[in-house]
Design a protein around this ligand. Structure first.
Ligand code: MAN
Length: 360
């Protein structure tokens, strides 16, 4: 695999060292996959913080959850019953195939003056912990879209009920309003468009079929109020490509350009049945302005591959997972999770991004 485009700059911005754990039985193992927007002359970053239990046992794996009182609890899963070797992120019950996570995630606000660095402790803001029955195993991978002066946040809610999409909103990054689950399991990587399209709000979403007639694909849905979603249509990519053969999902909320909606998406090249996560890379997609399920074109090769040391080495090696985008004149700053451990930011020229798109 080769990468099609040079980044204008790359910085590692945040990592496990950036915040203390919320509980002293835990350690922070990652700060990653952030939603990012311009806010009051600065950049607001809502990152996913991943915490794992410090204690280990010879005969059992530690799997955290939110307990009945809202605090962190640890379940000990007997190693005889549970496979903990196949994936760095989760355990699989040998008989039922059921999943548990090695960690639990919450969301954390950071601010940056230049959009490239978080310099001082004063730039650490509000913490948003998982709550309620749909977030028992954590809340992950937020994406932020400004709509009519409010920041809407879609996030992955993980629990024994499955992997759902929750909607939150804020106007100030101090107080967050929760709007509940908007898409049932398994559905993640949900991106909202920043304006109505022919009268409706539009979301890009990614159902994960249990009956895999196809690998997971991106879909669009429409809504009158951001809560009730319907009119689902598959985004017709026309073949996955080697880099994205395992799955594709939306990465950064679409932004309007003079050629259509520009959206960065991600995928993994994992082979069927292989262990681990595969290599996560990102491509660019151009969607029709009034009918966003129609693909105008896409980059044939990845625009981002794990190339920097902090992208190749970490909790899950070889992962770049874009999740935020901010326009700065003719450039965009793209914010991404690196190796499921750090937040990186890199820059692209918008014209060059569009030039990677091969029209269908
Ligand atoms: C999945 C999710 C993401 C994660 C990637 C790479 O898509 O769990 O949160 O960053 O895998 O591990």
């Amino acid at each position: 695999m080769t990468v099609m485009l040079n980044r204008l700059f790359t910085h590692r911005m945040l990592g496990p060292e950036s915040v203390p754990p919320t509980d002293d039985r835990f350690k922070v193992i990652g700060v990653l996959n952030p939603g990012v927007v311009s806010f009051e002359g600065r950049t607001a970053i809502l990152a996913r913080v991943v915490q794992a239990p410090v204690e280990t046992r010879d005969d059992a794996w530690a799997s955290p959850k939110i307990g009945k009182d809202g605090g962190l609890e640890i379940d000990w899963l007997p190693k005889a019953d549970v496979d903990g070797e196949s994936d760095p992120r989760c355990y699989f019950h040998r008989k039922t195939g059921q999943l548990r996570l090695r960690f639990i995630s919450h969301l954390q606000v950071f601010y940056s003056d230049d959009g490239k660095r978080v310099n001082t402790d004063a730039e650490i803001g509000k913490t948003v912990m998982p709550v309620g029955p749909y977030e028992t195993f954590g809340i992950e991978d937020p994406r932020i879209t400004p709509i009519d002066g409010t920041f809407y946040i879609t996030a992955v809610a993980v629990s024994p009920k499955g992997v759902c999409t929750a909607l939150l909103s804020t106007t100030n990054f101090q107080h967050f309003t929760r709007h509940g689950v908007i898409l049932p399991p398994d559905n993640k990587d949900v991106l909202l468009l920043p304006e109505k399209v022919t009268g409706d709000y539009v979301a890009i979403h990614r159902p994960m079929p249990n009956m895999p007639f196809s690998p997971p694909q991106m879909w669009t849905a429409r809504s009158p109020d951001l809560i009730h979603w319907g009119a689902h249509r598959q985004i017709s990519l026309g073949g996955q490509g080697e880099a994205f053969q395992d799955r594709v999902g939306g990465s950064t909320p679409p932004i309007m350009t003079d050629r259509g909606w520009l959206m960065i998406y991600h995928g993994s090249n994992k082979e069927p049945g292989a262990k681990g996560a595969g290599v996560y890379s990102a491509g660019v997609l151009l969607l029709d302005p009034t009918s966003p399920s129609r693909v105008i074109g896409r980059s044939k090769e990845p625009i981002m591959l794990p190339t920097e040391d902090f992208e190749k080495e970490g909790f899950v090696p070889n992962v770049v997972f874009p999740s935020g985008i901010v326009r700065h004149g003719r450039q965009v700053y793209v914010y991404y999770g690196a190796a499921d451990e750090s937040v990186g930011v890199c820059g692209f020229d918008i014209e060059q991004l569009l030039n990677c798109v091969v029209e269908k």
